[in-house]
Design a protein. Structure first.
Length: 255
């Protein structure tokens, strides 16, 4: 929001069985791919100097489902505002991110609440994204080291492991990225025990303002494969002027 971007850390760790049988299309030690650039583009594909998006988010849980339409605005990596416009009963519910801080506004009780560090791992708006995703999702290239797992003429697979001094949620992330357009196909997130936690897949790639952008992304948790969060971009624009004071706590209450 960007959202993937927005959305988060993606990392990895099984270089054994699956990759031990590497074919001629596999890892090539002499490869000089800029892995950081591939990951950075994957994680910041929805970001620009400024960005605006109208998105639909469909959340499917085991006992309930939810659909929301929201407007998102962004400025670089560190400023992000999301405001629900549908359903009507939730209109005005908003989230503001400034650097590593997040505030939520709940119009039903007319209250602004700052999200404490103890709740950063909680679900964001009931989805399969977390508050921590909003804070750290677009900083993966700063928090992880990367290595090439597999390379073909069409795709590359990159392993991300946390830097020694980085405070991260994921034990590793694996990116499967389309080589020519540098667009992610899937990103898989693993915990510190090397167990897969969730997969994000990307679909319907379009060219917007010279960028190749997936217009749909699906998050699927490993332990609940029947659940998902689907994000569809209905409108998306970059580098347009935004209202002054948009990214402020005071502005959260504006509809």
């Amino acid at each position: 929001m960007g959202f993937s971007s927005l959305f988060l850390a993606i990392f990895l760790g099984f270089m054994n069985a699956g990759f031990a049988c590497a074919s001629a299309d596999s890892i090539r030690p002499e490869s000089k791919l800029d892995l950081v650039d591939y990951v950075r583009r994957s994680e910041t594909q929805y970001l620009a100097k400024t960005s605006y998006a109208l998105i639909e988010m469909k959340i499917k849980r085991s006992t309930w489902s939810r659909r929301m339409v929201m407007k998102n605005w962004g400025e670089g990596r560190d400023k992000f505002l999301a405001r629900i416009v549908e359903p009507l009963k939730e209109r005005g519910t908003s989230t503001l991110k400034l650097n590593d801080n997040i505030w939520n506004y709940l119009p039903k009780i007319d209250r602004i609440m700052k999200v404490p560090s103890s709740l950063m791992g909680d679900s964001w708006m009931g989805s399969h994204f977390t508050n921590d995703d909003l804070v750290k999702g677009n900083k993966i290239d700063q928090m992880y080291d990367f290595s090439l797992l597999k390379e073909t003429s069409e795709y590359i697979m990159i392993l991300a492991l946390p830097k020694e001094d980085a405070a991260t949620v994921w034990g590793k992330i694996i990116y499967d990225i389309e080589r020519a357009r540098k667009v992610p196909k899937t990103v898989k997130y693993f915990d510190e025990d090397d167990d897969l936690v969730r997969t994000i897949s990307f679909h319907e790639v379009r060219e917007i303002d010279g960028r190749h952008i997936p217009m749909r992304m699906i998050v699927t948790p490993k332990d609940e494969p029947s659940e998902s969060t689907l994000i569809s971009y209905k409108e998306l624009a970059f580098d347009q002027s935004l209202p002054k004071g948009l990214f402020s706590v005071r502005n959260l209450k504006r509809r």
